[in-house]
Design a protein around this ligand. Sequence first.
Ligand SMILES: [Cu+2]
Length: 677
Amino acid sequence: MMERNNLNDTFKIDEMKNLTRIIALLAVTGAIVAVNGCKPKGPQEAVVGNAAAKVYVAPGKYDEFYNIVSGGFNGQMSIYGIPSGRLLRIVPVFSQFAESGYGFSEETKPMLNTSHGFVPWDDLHHIALSVTNGEHDGRWAFGNGNNTPRVARVSLKTFKTEEILELPNSGGNHSSPFITENSEYIVAGTRFSVPVGDNRDVPISSYKQNFKGTISFIKIDPASGRMNIGFQLKTPGVDFDLSRAGKGPSHGWFFFSCYNTEQAYTLLEVNATQKDKDFIMAVNWKKAEEYIAQGKGEKVKAKYAHNVLDEKTHTATSEMMTEVLQLDPTVLKDIIYFIPCPKSPHGCDTDPSGEYIVASGKLAALIPVFSFSKIQKAIADKDFEGEFAGIPVIKYESALHGEVKKPGLGPLHTEFDNEGNAYTSFFVSSEIVKWNVKSLEVLDRVPTYYSIGHLSVPGGPTRKPHGKYVIAYNKITKDRYLPTGPELTQSAQLYDISGDKMQLLLDFPTTGEPHYAEAIPASLVMPNSVKIFKIEDNNHPYAAKGEKEAKVVRKGNEVHVSMTAIRSHLVPDNIEGIKLGDVVYFHVTNLEQDWDVPHGFAIKGAANAEILIMPGETQTLKWIPDEVGVSPFYCTDFCSALHQEMQGYARVSAAGSNTPLKFSTGVIAEEAKSSPK
Ligand SMILES: [Cu+2]
């Protein structure tokens, strides 16, 4: 009854209007999809002239850009070539990936460890590529885990996940992993505010008193890329959505969009859309660094996992961290400021000059563009309209460069080209709108099929966009592809932006649900791509760096097989003396030192995925035999003409048996020689 009364209280007449508008917007979305769905004429006409030639990458030729795309609920990143839209690789990050054994092999399991134990899945929404002087440097791709708050670092040399850092005091990691101009920090802002500290068993209705947000500033080691939490800012309880670092003149600042400044804790679709304006939060992180240097940070107990892959042992380790440094901006008043922003803002993007901050209110009929220099002046003049939960609120007009009027419905995200133009995605009206950042004039619009979320211009978030294309990442693909049952493929669309008018070139399907993506010139990544791991550098404790080092060793009930793989045999390929009750570890070293010759390994009855072993690498598959007999094992990755011969047998005897431990390859036993034909 209490809940019902509260709900009734919120349904005042003018709020009902808001609700009606939201429902109307949603209805429009549906209508657009339905209308477009019935009129294939539109989409067909959208592709004209030389579109095919512009995306055609001839056999044997390379694409111009790597497109690094989040996989959303598949917890992975995928790598596409642009302009062809060809899928080149799926990089497992937060989710187990049976195809390569990521999260299944003993070496990679620690990568998915968290304060909650082993968590084999997450929701990866955003990509941030490392930058130097605000420009892509081709070193790392960072990704966020939205559900169990985590940030990952993927090497662009190996396309492997090298590090995952969990975030304490966070309810969900959405406004992440955006990056500062010289990759000093990536940030992680909590989507859901939650009770933090020692007092966490509180009524949900005590949101205003007890729920807090945090913004984590994760420091990046410039040489190794290693992450650690530099500090956390405690913030009022709201929802943080997206963010961007300042650059150029605004370097040292970070901007976050916040919604639910109503501080609602139920039925947010109504209760968090009451106010005409929410906030952009401006953070002076250089000032925060000063306070940390002055010892003003408070050490707070926390529990979070820090997982790192060692490139010499090819093995990840997981360390549980126990404290974090926090600053309280309601006490240290000159760290953060709120700027009013209509309405339920989503994207918050800084232009290449660093002067303009574009905030896109999902429910707003305009796009406000804020001026960094005006924000600075307003702060200097204390031009505030008051405070929100102890944080100064700058007057809207004082921070505003101007508004893009009637740009479309449901603005979400903005990227930039190198000619002063912005490209904003509109979810509700399902289109990309091009406008000029200084004049705020709308220049062009193209439909997307259908309902675009994020978009990406190569280099769009950097100081020097590469331009040329904009890629739309869409939420719905009805009528675009051959149907595959109730679930359809997710989709991206490529547009040429080199002329005055945008031109649709290509649809290409994506894996998972793409959210944000970045694209980087192939020339910045391709020359550094690792071809093999040097076998002499392999420090894995169970590596067999030559066939002579292959062995089987019993340690109590553990049996460790140090196995080698090279075209086209495994050493050893006959193993006896394993007993029921044993735990068997196959440590397989790939002896190849040639590009693109992985071997795989699987054994019948293992409750596990295959392992895929790159040249020079060692990977371990754990097997607990559950029956007496002989189990075949084999190479799973087609490696040579005699790949099908790359196989062997493991004999499992009863628990109490006295079968001796032995192993071999190429040995014909005496009894086999003498047995009758
Ligand atoms: Cu093989």
